[in-house]
Structure formats: structure tokens, C-alpha cells
Design a protein around this ligand. Structure first.
Ligand code: ATP
Ligand code: MG
Length: 278
């Protein structure tokens, strides 16, 4: 159960909660290092898909005297098992809100309770802990480690959690099979298509059995057939009980969710149930 009440995110303003830190992302679990190979080439050729690491270190280095209210007095609740699409124009605060929901960042003010835990008061270690326990992330640019097999990418969160090699590889294999990649486990990121890379990213997001799955433009780099496939997997996960929140620009993708929350200038301008679900 997610309860957001009156949260604001003002970039360039001092944090109200001193224990919370917006630098949590700097040690975020899945920031691939700059490297050669297909991954980087793909990023460079696609300005609409900034690499997470550089995006955030660049933002963190922006002039702190410029204040931007990216999220403006936002309140909502999301119950366990919901499937929500967050939509809105570029710059409306979608990613900022997702980072707060994902405990990658803390709000400047307001409250965020996740299953009764006060996330807004958490420091970096507690944020990392709640992410590991409850949240799986899927990013537009996949954020897989380059030159690393699908199996190792999926096993990585379990390695961080201290699991034995045999146990984590067995689970990684199961997860890859569940996303239809049983025959691609030993392919490296560079040897996979975009749709396959995103399926690896979903399998990785599931590694620690998160109840909440957050996906920021998960289909943004994919052609429509591959995008459909990703949405089918997310729909299946939702039917299995996972709470799913996605950010998307595509009305057809948003329509696959059960509820739509629209943002504009950091504010909620709509919050409705999508019609076709019963
Ligand atoms: N670290 C930062 N420092 C300063 N301003 C920021 C920072 N991150 C985001 N912003 C600003 O906050 C606003 C919301 O940004 P955000 O990335 O959340 O938008 P978005 O809805 O995800 O947009 P898009 O659809 O283009 O991804 C924008 O005006 C942006 O310029
Ligand atoms: Mg965004």
C-alpha cells in the first residue's frame, strides 16, 4: 500500500529531511559503467534515452540556486495489486515522482508511506534496504551491464544480497525462462535485441521478489510488437499479484493499465480508472 500525501520535490532547495538524501542514486544498484560496445553506441545514437548514471550525476551537478518545483503538492494512494500508468508531457514530473516512489530519492516535503514505513524520513542505507526488499525497477534504457550474460545480469541483485552462486543462478534461470528467454541465458547484453534486453531487465527486477514493480517508459525504445510483449509480461505479473506502476507517453500502453494518473507541471490533473477492465 502506497500513501503519498502532499509531496513536493523542489530541485535546488535544501531538503527538509536531513537524514534523507537525494544522492541515493549515485550508488544505485544498476548503473552501468561507461564502456565501449553496443550499449554505449545505442545510448549515443538515441538522445531520448539518457543513461541513468550520467543523467543523474549531471542533474546533481546543476546550479543549486535554480529552484525547480518538479512535483507540486501531489497526494494519492495505490493499493496492493493495482496497475497504474502515469502520463503527462515532458518535464511534468513523471520520472521525479517515480524516483520518489522507488525510494531512489526523497521528497523535499510531504509524506510517503510504503506498507506503513515512512520512506520520506529514510537515510541512504534504509532507502537501499527498502528498495532491495520491496521494489523492482525497469528503465527505458534497460540499464544492463554490457558484455555480461543475461544470466549474470539477472543474478546480480542476488549476488549483492549475498546469495550463493548456485542458488542465485538457479533463480535467475527460472526468471529468464518466465520471460521467454530460456534460450538466451548465455547471450551478453550486446547479443540481445531491445525487446530481449528489456525482458532481461524485467527478470532482474523480479530477482528479490518485489511486491512493487516500477517501470519508467519501459517500451520507449521498442517497436510496437516488442512493446506489446513487454506489456503482456507486466500484465501477467500484475495478475500474479504484483503492484505495477509505469510511466508512458503512449496512450495505447497507458490503456493496458487499470488506472491512469495524469501529471502536468508537477500536479495531478487526472486520476481515473481505465474503462475496459472489469
Ligand atoms: N536534478 C534536477 N535538478 C533540477 N531540475 C530537475 C532535476 N531533475 C528534473 N528536473 C526538472 O524537473 C522537472 C520534471 O522533470 P522529470 O524528469 O520528472 O520530468 P518527466 O515528466 O519525467 O519528463 P520526460 O517525459 O521528458 O521524461 C523538469 O522541469 C526538469 O527540468
Ligand atoms: Mg522522465
Amino acid at each position: 500500500m502506497i500513501k503519498i500525501s502532499h509531496i513536493n520535490k523542489i530541485y535546488g532547495a535544501p531538503q527538509v529531511y536531513t537524514r534523507g538524501s537525494s544522492s541515493a542514486l549515485r550508488r544505485s544498484e544498476f548503473q552501468p559503467k561507461p564502456s565501449t560496445g553496443r550499449y554505449l553506441a545505442k545510448q549515443n545514437s538515441s538522445p531520448s534515452s539518457p543513461r541513468l548514471g550520467s543523467e543523474f550525476s549531471a542533474k546533481a551537478d546543476k546550479n543549486d540556486s535554480v529552484e525547480t518545483k518538479a512535483v507540486d503538492d501531489v497526494s494519492f494512494e495505490i493499493k496492493d495489486g493495482e496497475f497504474v500508468a502515469i502520463i503527462g508531457p515532458s518535464g511534468s514530473g513523471k520520472s521525479t515522482l517515480m524516483h520518489i516512489l522507488g525510494a531512489l530519492d526523497t521528497p523535499t516535503s510531504g509524506k510517503y508511506s510504503l506498507d506503513g514505513e515512512a520512506v520520506e524520513k529514510m537515510g541512504e542505507d534504509e532507502l537501499a534496504d527498502i528498495r532491495n526488499r520491496k521494489i523492482g525497477f525497469v528503465f527505458q534504457a534497460y540499464n544492463l551491464l554490457p558484455r555480461t550474460t543475461a544470466l549474470k545480469n539477472v543474478a546480480l541483485p542476488m549476488a549483492y544480497a549475498g546469495w550463493q552462486k548456485e542458488k542465485r543462478e538457479a533463480k535467475a534461470k527460472k526468471l529468464l525462462e518466465a520471460v521467454g528467454l530460456g534460450d538466451r541465458m548465455y547471450h551478453t547484453s550486446g547479443q540481445l535485441s531491445g525487446g530481449q534486453m528489456q525482458r532481461v531487465a524485467i527478470a532482474r527486477a523480479l530477482a528479490m521478489d518485489p511486491s512493487l514493480i516500477l517501470a519508467d517508459e519501459p517500451t520507449g525504445n521498442l517497436a510496437s510488437v516488442q512493446a506489446e510483449e513487454i506489456m503482456n509480461i507486466l500484465t501477467k505479473l500484475n495478475k500474479q499479484g504484483h503492484t505495477i506502476i509505469i510511466v508512458t507517453h503512449e496512450p495505447t500502453i497507458a490503456a493496458r493499465a487499470k488506472r491512469t494518473i495524469g501529471l502536468k507541471d508537477g500536479k495531478i490533473v487526472e486520476d481515473r480508472l481505465n474503462g475496459h477492465h472489469h
